[in-house]
Ligand binder design. Structure first.
Ligand SMILES: [Mn+2]
Length: 262
C-alpha cells in the first residue's frame, strides 16, 4: 500500500525535523487486531513518531485496548494518542488508558495534555475534544443543566488544549492532536446536520493563538483530509478518509523558538 508523504514545511537545512506517521479511527476489535498490529509496525518503521487521533477501538473495552497495547509494545518510536468517543463507550476510560500506558503508549487527555517526544523534542498537545458545532450554528451555554454540561465539557477540553500548547511553546516543532474536529473545513462530505456532533470551533481558539506546525484529528469518517485554520494546516487522518493505513508528515522547524515564555 502506498503511503504518500505530505511535506508541510521546508525549513533551512540543519534545522530540527521529524517524520510523523498519523492515523485515527482504527476501531480495533478482535477481528482487526492483526491488521492493526501490521499497520502500527509499518508506521513505526516509516516514521520517528506515531500519533493516533483516537477511536482506537470499537467499544472501549480494556480487552480491546490490550490489542492496541500489544501492537505498540516493543515499537522503537514514541506512540502518542488521545482517546475517542468509541474508546469511552463502555465508560471504562481510566482502565483503557492504563492498559495503553502500561505498554509505553503516551495517552494525552485533559489531565495530561502534553508530551515532548523524539530526538528533536516534538511537542504534542493532545485532548479528545468534544462537540458544539461551527459557523454560528453552535451549542449555546443556556438552558437545561444537561445541555450546559455538554458546553462545559467542551470548555474543559479547550482549556486543556490551550494549556498543552502553552506548555510546548518552546519546542522546535509542535503538533495539536485531537479526536473531534476543530474546523468544519475537514468535515465537508459529512451531512451538515451532524457537524455539531463532529467537533467544535471553540477548539480552534488555542490553535489560532499558538499556531502549531500541524493539527491532526479524526472522527469524521466521510470528511476531507486537508483543511486549515487561518493558515495552520489541519489533517483529518480518519482511516476511511485517508483510504490507507496512515499518513506521513515531514515537519521541518522554520520559526525562531522563543527562549522563554510567560
Ligand atoms: Mn469518533
Amino acid at each position: 500500500m502506498d503511503h504518500p508523504t505530505s511535506v508541510l514545511s521546508a525549513g533551512p537545512a540543519g534545522h530540527p525535523s521529524v517524520r510523523i506517521a498519523a492515523a485515527g479511527d482504527l476501531h480495533v476489535d478482535a477481528s482487526r487486531a492483526d491488521a492493526a498490529a501490521t499497520a502500527l509496525a509499518a508506521m513505526a518503521e516509516d516514521a520517528d513518531v506515531v500519533l493516533l487521533a483516537g477511536d482506537l477501538t470499537t467499544h472501549g473495552e480494556p480487552a480491546q485496548a490490550a490489542f492496541v497495547a500489544d501492537a505498540c509494545r516493543g515499537l522503537d518510536v514514541p506512540v502518542v494518542t488521545v482517546l475517542g468517543n468509541h474508546d469511552l463507550h463502555v465508560d471504562r476510560g481510566a482502565e483503557f488508558a492504563a492498559v495503553l500506558r502500561d505498554a509505553g503508549v503516551v495517552v494525552l487527555d485533559t489531565e495530561q495534555p502534553t508530551a515532548i517526544v523524539g530526538e528533536c523534542r516534538v511537542g504534542v498537545a493532545g485532548v479528545k475534544g468534544f462537540v458544539g458545532g461551527f459557523g454560528g450554528h453552535t451549542l449555546p451555554d443556556f438552558g437545561e443543566r444537561s445541555l450546559r454540561e455538554l458546553h462545559a465539557e467542551t470548555g474543559r477540553e479547550v482549556a486543556a488544549l490551550e494549556a498543552g500548547l502553552h506548555e510546548i511553546a518552546t519546542c522546535p516543532l509542535r503538533v495539536a492532536l485531537m479526536h473531534y474536529a476543530p474546523t468544519c473545513e475537514t468535515l465537508v462530505g459529512e451531512p451538515p446536520e451532524i457537524w455539531s456532533f463532529l467537533g467544535s470551533e471553540r477548539l480552534a481558539a488555542p490553535v489560532l493563538e499558538h499556531r502549531p506546525d500541524l493539527v491532526l484529528h479524526g472522527h469524521a469518517h466521510a470528511g476531507r483530509l486537508h483543511g486549515t485554520i487561518q493558515g495552520v494546516p489541519v489533517y483529518n487522518v480518519s482511516l476511511p478518509v485517508m483510504g490507507q493505513d496512515y499518513w506521513l508528515f515531514d515537519l521541518v522547524a522554520t520559526r525562531s523558538v522563543p527562549s522563554s515564555l510567560h
